[in-house]
Ligand binder design. Structure first.
Ligand code: BYC
Length: 475
């Protein structure tokens, strides 16, 4: 393994100094990235010291160091997990063959498409969260937002490195384009739907880090299986950083539930209006936010029946998360059931070739993972003596990609008429009134240790520091 070299302009453990052409190309891209960060990154906090972790190694023990950093001075770099000696490809037609250290020519465009799609999401999320810092519920949360932002910036670096190192001029052009598309831009939007949704309040931020970053986990795990070893290794290290992002989402939503339950107890009612008047977030409103972000994130897995997915699996380009847990790594000749509209207002089960069902298989694993948090929050609710249960809507609900895109369904997945959907949507998705209420709660709280009234404090601080620590120095 090459240790991370921090004395270079671009910290890296890929021996960049040995490849002057590549180093120069990336040093040429670096100021473009910094310009983008200044314009599209966290608005207005460039001069503040933030208590951030920075990767200093790639092994599981002690991979990060913590300290105050001004965000524009964060050491974005290129870090690949250690190679696995004699690694072989774990799936598809190339099962058992040695992993590739270069991109096979015949798969070049497929790899490029996936790396660009992955890379596009990283700066997109930073853009989506551009203004959130102004309304932070605490300094602790503000720091977590910035930690997530700088690491998404680093994940962009991870993909840009691959584009520059392995895709020649096309790759360099794609790297520029990653800074030219923008979240929600009418002319040049980000590639995937969810990454064009505004994240203008902190409840959306927690939902996004819970649901959408979790898509990141599953996609990165799929790419960590790739036959293209540099892609696999960079994704393996990205997953180490990603865990904190989902932690922010899960604990953020858990703290909202906790605070709401306290308010319900204080007020002696679960009446949403009473909770809103007291400055809290009622659980039915939370449910509608969960419905919105979960359904949007489900689309990120692509169509239930996908020839793209079949091809990338067959060719050893993209596997399934934790491929080793499956018995059959070739998945040829078997079929998998998927549910599709039957054309007469019902649901039918269709058998498709397992390779074509890869997106649906990964989506299924994702849904199970999403359920874990809900179980914990429901336990909190139950312990507080309430019947109400938060739930995930059906994977058929509000889909814009795949078999269910044109078929309106109720949250339980029952196909319904467009009229019934239009009538129900007020109860199922955040209404303008809901959003206005959440907006009204977004007031910044920056006294160390203090929390906004709609969210409970975290159980503990960062890196064993107290919750009251001054995680961001604003003065
Ligand atoms: N929105 O066969 P299909 C993360 C397109 S998140 C718009 O259904 P396929 C992160 C698709 O591109 C993880 N378009 O699907 C989280 C294709 O278009 P083309 C990001 C969509 O190809 C938080 C067409 O529909 N990583 O890291 O099997 C913060 C038909 O495609 C959408 C990846 O996504 C959509 N939702 O799979 C920061 C991994 N869905 O090519 C970061 C890389 C599909 O025909 N990407 N389409 O023009 C992939 O593996 C695949 O591209 C997808 C789609 C899973 C996204």
């Amino acid at each position: 393994m090459t240790a991370i070299n921090y004395s270079e302009r671009i910290p890296n453990n890929v021996n960049l100094a040995n490849d002057r052409t590549l180093q120069r190309a990336l040093e040429h891209w670096q100021p473009h990235f910094l310009d983008w960060w200044r314009d599209m990154g966290p608005h207005d906090f460039a001069g503040n010291d933030v208590y951030l972790r920075t990767a200093v190694g790639v092994d599981a023990q002690g991979w990060a160091s913590y300290g105050y950093v001004k965000m524009p001075e964060y050491r974005w770099g290129i870090f690949l997990a250690d190679p696995i000696p004699d690694r072989t490809i774990g799936f598809g037609d190339v099962y058992g063959q040695p992993a590739w250290q270069q991109v096979p020519g015949e798969y070049r465009s497929q790899f490029r498409r996936l790396i660009v799609t992955q890379g596009d999401t990283e700066p997109a999320s930073v853009e989506q969260q551009h203004l959130l810092g102004h309304t932070c519920p605490s300094l602790y949360d503000l720091r977590n937002l910035f930690q997530v932002n700088v690491e998404e910036g680093r994940h962009l670096w991870a993909m840009v490195y691959l584009l520059h190192a392995y895709f020649g001029r096309d790759g360099r052009e794609e790297a520029e384009e990653l800074l030219a598309r923008h979240s929600g831009d009418a002319d040049k939007p980000r590639i995937l739907g969810t990454f064009n949704e505004p994240i203008s309040d902190w409840l959306s931020f927690y939902c996004f880090t819970y649901f959408t970053d979790r898509d990141g986990k599953f996609q990165l795990k799929s790419l960590a299986e790739s036959g293209f070893d540099p892609l696999a290794r960079t994704c393996r290290f990205m997953l180490t950083e990603e865990a904190h992002h989902m932690f922010v989402g899960e604990t953020g939503l858990g703290r909202v539930v906790k605070r709401t339950l306290e308010l319900m107890k204080e007020l002696g009612t679960d009446d949403p209006e009473a909770i809103r008047r007291a400055g809290g977030i009622d659980l039915p409103l939370l449910q509608r936010y969960l419905n919105f972000w979960f359904s949007s994130s489900l689309d990120l897995f692509g169509s239930e029946n996908s020839s793209n997915a079949a091809t990338t699996f067959a060719n050893g380009i993209k596997g399934r998360p934790d491929e080793a847990q499956y018995e059959d790594h070739v998945a040829l000749g078997s079929t998998t059931p998927i549910e599709v509209p039957d054309g007469t207002g019902g649901v039918k089960t269709e058998m498709v070739a397992t390779r074509n069902a890869m997106n649906e298989i990964v989506r299924g694993a994702y849904v199970k993972d999403c359920e874990l948090g809900l179980r914990r929050w429901n336990m909190q609710i139950q312990r507080a003596g309430h019947d109400l249960k938060l739930s995930l809507p059906s994977t058929r609900f509000r889909r814009q990609i795949g078999a269910w895109a044109e078929t309106p369904t109720a949250p339980d997945g029952t196909p319904i008429s467009r009229e019934a959907y239009a009538a129900g949507v007020r109860d199922w998705l955040p209404s303008e009134t809901d959003r206005a209420h959440v907006r009204s709660l977004m007031r910044r709280v920056i006294e160390p240790g203090k929390m906004a009234a709609w969210i409970a404090p975290p159980d503990r601080g960062i890196n064993n520091l107290p919750v009251e620590y001054e995680y961001v120095r604003l003065s």
